[in-house]
Design a protein around this ligand. Structure first.
Ligand SMILES: *[C@@H]1O[C@H](CO)[C@@H](O)[C@H](O)[C@H]1NC(C)=O
Ligand SMILES: *[C@@H]1O[C@H](CO)[C@@H](O)[C@H](O)[C@H]1NC(C)=O
Ligand SMILES: *[C@@H]1O[C@H](CO)[C@@H](O)[C@H](O)[C@H]1NC(C)=O
Ligand SMILES: *[C@@H]1O[C@H](CO)[C@@H](O)[C@H](O)[C@H]1NC(C)=O
Ligand SMILES: *[C@@H]1O[C@H](CO)[C@@H](O)[C@H](O)[C@H]1NC(C)=O
Ligand SMILES: *[C@@H]1O[C@H](CO)[C@@H](O)[C@H](O)[C@H]1NC(C)=O
Ligand SMILES: *[C@@H]1O[C@H](CO)[C@@H](O)[C@H](O)[C@H]1NC(C)=O
Ligand SMILES: *[C@@H]1O[C@H](CO)[C@@H](O)[C@H](O)[C@H]1NC(C)=O
Ligand SMILES: *[C@@H]1O[C@H](CO)[C@@H](O)[C@H](O)[C@H]1NC(C)=O
Ligand SMILES: *[C@@H]1O[C@H](CO)[C@@H](O)[C@H](O)[C@H]1NC(C)=O
Ligand SMILES: *[C@@H]1O[C@H](CO)[C@@H](O)[C@H](O)[C@H]1NC(C)=O
Ligand SMILES: [Cu+2]
Length: 655
């Protein structure tokens, strides 16, 4: 058991984190912007390989709460209008009997509409006004994907290293579905010596919590050589990503786009897909881990924009510095409006994104459409997404797109070189000469809450419980975050969900379990407050699985239930929000999704250092259909058979 009663004084923490600056000053690295083009380590949309198939009856549906269940008419899909900019498929429809009952539907055939560049709020019988928490279209479509996890030598920025990839690329191939579709995703672990586990960030996994992909929480890891098939339904729509949730693996490249097409709060012509902003290291995150937790997180070598950048190798004698990186580029047609699905997938880094000469219209935060607002830059924390519409209304030319690394939040060796290029002329090869009028702030937290107004307004309902916990740390042989004195540590062989399925009602202290149970039908919400009393002075992007949460309080300073202001009237709603340094984050969510749901900091080092907890929600209602239970148990049997031969033992929280 890892229970700590004492913490070091704050000066120890400052000493620990100020070593970042010392590391930074030790190195002098120059940067380049070359125009050499090599094969882009990404997959074009047209090379997507996905198939549709008649699914085996989907079991998770049997678990969907009765309020959203209903009958199941066959659907008709207007394939050409649903996802402009993305190749469409001819999709067979399925009959009610093939899928079984349990999925929801609301038929408003008189309101049927076409989703086009001038009517993005429309979605067939549904619209931007539909409450997707209770109503999901019956597309009758199942999309099946295969992902191969590989150890691949790549030079994303011109510096060659081994990376971890989905299908050989960073980012991995895009997974695209429509709101309401079923997804079946086969994940093959082709790593030689490491387990893995894949998470579908922000998805509710309503009735399918065993497919949330967190090792030690909802599953055992997939053993080397093994396959696991994830099955769930897209009850939401918008922009997100899939990534490994196994230790630090996503920091080495294991992430990819997950797009769920649906309505939007503003019109646009073309969808450019996800745009990944990240920091990037020239050595594996695993090789940095021991020093990161003992001496403070390192200042990484640079950053990538959608998996690519240019590192200046001209003065380097390092044989791995092969050069030939390229800048991310995209071409605008004057007058067109582009949707960019912005995401921060940094290990540790906060961005203030902008495009020289262009404004951004923000239409969604995470998987929640918002009332559009216009800005010239946007602050984005790890794991967060903002859907942006950018109009090609500038003087034709070449423009810098800037990740906008915020040096006040974390150090990086090439902070100013995290850029891409917007061109108006596809044949242009010159570097832009544009300048930015953005002032990079020291806001390491979120956009102002007043900007993030959900289009589908929802207030927080009745709640009687307010759980308060305290973030702090211990420093024994290395640094660990604690929540109420306990650092998260998950036993990969003993996932919470398995305990629940086996009717165990107790959990190890280091599982950091917070129980949530709906006991009274008129009291169906829970409120959780995390208070930073660590004295370290860092903000933390807090991510909850299985739910969108309502951000009811977020401020610096101490929290006091009697006096601190909580906003229960249509507050921002999303799946990652910042816990401000030396402050508190208060969230509310509806107790409508039985499962084991982790909540953790999305700074990769911090999650590994134990900054997490789990809500075990209505455990007696967590059920699995037989086939899913067999698959779930099979993954554990194979993992347990593998562990005696394991070379690399777990040496972090596991998530
Ligand atoms: C790349 O590095 C070389 C050697 O340090 C330097 O002369 C050159 O200006 C750099 N290129 C860019 C584009 O910064
Ligand atoms: C990933 O690679 C596998 C083969 O390794 C292939 O069968 C599959 O179609 C690929 N998936 C995607 C989404 O490109
Ligand atoms: C819309 O609703 C009508 C009437 O229920 C149904 O026939 C049709 O298939 C639905 N279309 C879509 C795309 O869901
Ligand atoms: C990837 O390959 C390299 C080089 O063979 C090896 O050192 C490393 O351990 C491998 N990593 C994983 C996760 O398999
Ligand atoms: C995973 O693989 C890397 C690289 O081979 C290794 O250094 C690391 O310790 C492994 N970690 C775990 C927990 O499997
Ligand atoms: C970024 O890469 C992904 C994966 O290849 C791709 O789907 C997406 O369209 C790219 N983003 C942009 C803005 O081009
Ligand atoms: C951006 O928006 C601001 C405020 O709405 C406006 O003043 C400015 O002209 C806009 N800039 C561009 C390039 O559209
Ligand atoms: C965390 O600690 C506080 C203060 O001791 C206590 O009031 C609270 O109940 C604890 N929270 C949990 C979930 O145990
Ligand atoms: C992890 O769980 C397995 C299975 O319950 C158990 O055998 C093992 O002792 C546990 N490991 C630790 C370190 O508690
Ligand atoms: C758990 O409890 C349920 C209900 O009492 C029972 O049906 C089931 O067999 C039990 N499972 C195990 C593994 O004991
Ligand atoms: C909240 O509780 C009150 C009193 O118990 C009840 O009348 C009301 O219907 C509840 N509201 C909701 C949204 O459940
Ligand atoms: Cu953190």
């Amino acid at each position: 058991m890892l229970i700590f009663k004492s913490v070091l004084p704050a000066w120890a923490a400052f000493a620990f984190f100020s070593s970042v600056d010392a590391i930074l000053q030790d190195k002098i690295v120059t940067i380049t912007r070359t125009s050499i083009f090599v094969t882009c380590p990404t997959t074009s949309a047209s090379s997507l390989i996905h198939s549709t198939s008649v699914p085996t009856p989907q079991s998770p549906s049997s678990n969907i709460p009765p309020d959203i269940s209903g009958t199941f008419p066959a659907s008709v899909r207007q394939s050409s209008n649903f996802n402009s900019g993305i190749p469409t498929l001819s999709i067979p429809t399925l009959s009610t009997s093939e899928l079984g009952s349990g999925h929801s539907t609301v038929s408003k055939s008189s309101n049927y509409c076409e989703n086009t560049p001038t009517s993005r709020q429309c979605w067939g019988n549904y619209s931007i006004d539909t409450d997707w928490y209770s109503t999901v279209p019956d597309t009758g479509v199942t999309r099946e994907y295969w992902l191969s996890i590989e150890n691949t030598t790549l030079a994303p920025d011109g510096y060659e290293r081994y990376t971890l990839t989905f299908n050989g690329t960073i980012p991995g191939p895009a997974i695209i579905a429509d709101w309401g579709d079923n997804l079946i995703i086969h994940v093959v672990n082709n790593l030689q010596h490491n387990g893995t586990s894949i998470h579908w960030h922000g998805l509710r996994q309503l009735g399918s919590s065993e497919y949330d992909g967190v090792p030690g929480v909802t599953q055992c890891p997939i053993a080397p050589g093994g396959t696991m098939t994830y099955r769930f339904r897209a009850t939401q729509y918008g922009s997100t990503w899939y990534h490994s949730h196994f230790s630090l693996q996503y920091a080495d490249g294991l992430f990819g786009p997950l797009i769920l097409n649906g309505p939007a709060t503003a019109n646009y012509d073309e969808d450019l897909g996800l745009l990944f902003l990240s920091d990037w290291s020239h050595t594996s995150a695993f090789s940095l881990w021991d020093s990161a937790r003992a001496a403070g997180p390192p200042s990484l070598d640079g950053g990538l924009v959608n998996g690519t950048n240019t590192y200046n190798c001209s003065a380097s004698v390092d044989p791995n510095c092969v050069g030939g990186g390229k800048k991310f580029e995209t071409v605008f047609v004057p007058g067109k409006r582009y949707r960019i699905r912005l995401i921060n997938v940094a290990i540790e880094g906060h961005f203030q994104f902008s495009i020289d000469g262009h404004n951004l219209t923000v239409i969604a935060n995470d998987l929640v459409p918002i009332v559009p607002y216009e800005t010239n830059s946007i602050v984005i924390g790890e794991g967060q997404r903002y859907d942006l519409i950018v109009e090609a209304n500038a003087e034709p030319g070449d423009y810098w797109l800037r990740s906008g690394w915020q040096a006040a939040c974390a150090a990086n060796q090439n902070a100013d070189d995290m850029t891409g290029i917007i061109r108006y002329d596809a044949s242009s090869t010159v570097d832009p000469v544009t300048t930015s009028d953005i002032t990079i702030t020291s806001n390491c937290a979120d956009e102002p809450l007043s900007n993030l107004v959900p289009h589908l307004a929802m207030n927080v309902g009745n709640f009687s419980e307010v759980t308060q916990e305290t973030l702090s740390f211990v420093f024994e042989s290395y640094f660990m975050w604690t929540i109420n004195s306990s650092s998260l540590y998950m036993n990969w062989s003993d996932p919470t969900t398995l305990r629940v399925v086996n009717n165990q009602s107790t959990f190890p202290t280091e599982y950091n379990v917070v129980s949530v149970e709906q006991t009274n039908p008129s009291d169906e919400w829970t409120v959780y407050v995390i208070k930073d009393e660590s004295g370290i002075g860092l903000s933390h992007p807090i991510h909850l699985h299985g739910h969108d949460f309502w951000v009811i309080g977020q401020a610096e300073g101490a929290f006091d239930l009697a006096t601190s202001e909580l906003n229960l009237v249509n507050p921002p709603r999303r799946d990652v929000a910042s816990l401000p340094a030396n402050g508190y984050l208060a969230i509310a969510f509806k107790k409508d999704n039985p499962g084991a749901w982790i909540m953790h900091c999305h700074i990769a080092w911090h999650a590994s250092e134990g900054l997490g907890l789990q809500f075990v929600e209505s455990p007696s209602q967590i059920t699995m259909a037989l086939a899913d239970k067999e698959a779930f148990e099979d993954t554990c049997v194979k993992w347990d058979a593998y562990t005696p031969t394991e070379i690399y033992l777990q040496d972090d929280s596991g998530v």
